[in-house]
Design a protein around this ligand. Sequence first.
Ligand SMILES: CC(C)(COP(=O)(O)OP(=O)(O)OC[C@H]1O[C@@H](n2cnc3c(N)ncnc32)[C@H](O)[C@@H]1OP(=O)(O)O)[C@@H](O)C(=O)NCCC(=O)NCCSC(=O)c1ccc(O)cc1
Length: 141
Amino acid sequence: MAAPFTSQVEVRFRHCDPAGIVFYPRYFEMINDFVEEWFDKGMGLPFHALHVERHIGTPMASVTCDFSAPSRWHERLRQTLEVQRIGGASFKALVRFEGPDGQLRLSATLTIVTVDLRTMKSMPMPADLRERMHDYLAGAA
Ligand SMILES: CC(C)(COP(=O)(O)OP(=O)(O)OC[C@H]1O[C@@H](n2cnc3c(N)ncnc32)[C@H](O)[C@@H]1OP(=O)(O)O)[C@@H](O)C(=O)NCCC(=O)NCCSC(=O)c1ccc(O)cc1
């Protein structure tokens, strides 16, 4: 049964604004770090090699994000990612961050497109990426 990819991120001083809570653009950086970690550790397809050796990029085409409650310096947030749809050259993923007590902090829906970095045009998703991503597809057997 498919399961979400999970990890933790610690809220650092540099993530916070003068109000003492995470400044929302920093969440977008955390989300990208998390996606990179999913490629590296979850799918076993190192993000660096994908870009540098295979010339495959994964730009964000669309992101919608709901911020439900603030996060503060020194908290450890639980991050989860599950794939909602695998298309031809794109996939949709749901990312959630929760506080130490399980409180939802953000929920983001990402649409990421595979591109040939030499042309910056979309390209069909490589078979190995498609296959490994299937392990994280919500509702997949
Ligand atoms: C994403 C694009 C290459 C798509 O180009 P298009 O010509 O529209 O592609 P296509 O028409 O062929 O569509 C390809 C697929 O993308 C989907 N798509 C394209 N645009 C969208 C949007 N806006 N929303 C949802 N889905 C989309 C489309 O439905 C197709 O889906 P499939 O059916 O699964 O194949 C182009 O719109 C683009 O270059 N956008 C700018 C991307 C960008 O600058 N993002 C912000 C920063 S980049 C970044 O953070 C990054 C991270 C990691 C990296 O490796 C590289 C960059």
